[in-house]
Design a protein around this ligand. Structure first.
Ligand code: 13P
Length: 248
């Protein structure tokens, strides 16, 4: 049985004060959840979150990572640096990185590789634009995004990675994919991996992301190939986020 993982992607939100409050409120409400839970704050708050989460079962990670380890790469943060602060995860290839900052499949694959090399778990985001869904090419798009990683790192690398299927039209729009729409793409992803390595396909966690809320999380997480969620807006309110975590 794959475990459920619920990860909060805080994006560019928060202040030192609100981060402290949010972490305290999530910690207080965690109880004995079945799901694994993690938060991904903006880089600068990671040391603070690391302190606040000492000894807690709540994991944390970064929203992005450099494809480079060290050197003249102004503004970048490397995976070994994230490791220094106890990060367990790094999100790579989020659609906002892809569309707003022009990050392509190969670049994302290199970030994936750098993350694994430093001993962190990459959360690899894939997903189609609305026009791509309307053109009926969702599977081709997701396949292309996965292939870049498989070609660079081999399919076995996915065994200790997390994939997040995030249809771009569902992100921050309030328009969630229906459980069946999401399940169909998740099953496609798992099937594609299974064709290369059945054991890896069985093991890899595939999260759904895109307007997940307390009110729709349970029906999404109940689907056979949905192993949790990557949560944006709803991860910024402790009670809502905890409701999602309890659905796992
Ligand atoms: P929302 O949950 O705000 O739609 O964002 C999803 C997301 O992009 C998580 O990475």
């Amino acid at each position: 049985m794959r475990r459920i993982l619920v990860a909060g992607n805080w994006k560019l939100n928060g202040s030192l004060q609100s981060v402290r409050q949010l972490v305290a409120d999530i910690k207080a409400g965690l109880g004995d959840l079945k799901a694994d839970v993690a938060v991904c704050p903006p880089y600068v708050y990671i040391p603070e979150v690391a302190q606040l989460l000492k000894g807690s079962s709540l994991g944390y990670g970064a929203q992005d990572v450099s494809d480079q380890t060290a050197g003249a790469f102004t503004g970048e943060v490397s995976a070994p640096m994230l490791n220094d602060f106890g990060c367990k995860y790094a999100i790579v290839g989020h659609s906002e990185r892809r569309s707003l900052y022009g990050e392509g499949d190969d670049f994302t694959a290199r970030k994936f590789a750098a993350t694994r090399k430093a001993g962190l778990i990459p959360i690899l985001c894939v997903g189609e634009l609305l026009e791509e869904r309307e053109q009926g090419i969702t599977e081709q798009v997701v396949s292309r995004q996965l292939d870049a990683v498989i070609q660079l790192e081999g399919v076995a690398a996915l065994a200790d990675a997390v994939i997040a299927y995030e249809p771009v039209w569902a992100i921050g729009t309030g328009k969630t994919a229906s459980p069946q729409q999401a399940q169909d793409v998740h099953a496609f992803i798992r099937g594609k991996i299974a064709a290369l390595d059945a054991a890896v396909a069985e093991k890899v966690q595939i999260l759904y992301g895109g307007s997940v809320k307390g009110s729709n999380a349970a029906e999404l997480f109940a689907m056979a190939d949905i192993d949790g969620g990557l949560i944006g807006g709803a991860s910024l309110a402790a009670e809502e986020f905890l409701t999602i975590c309890r659905a796992g």
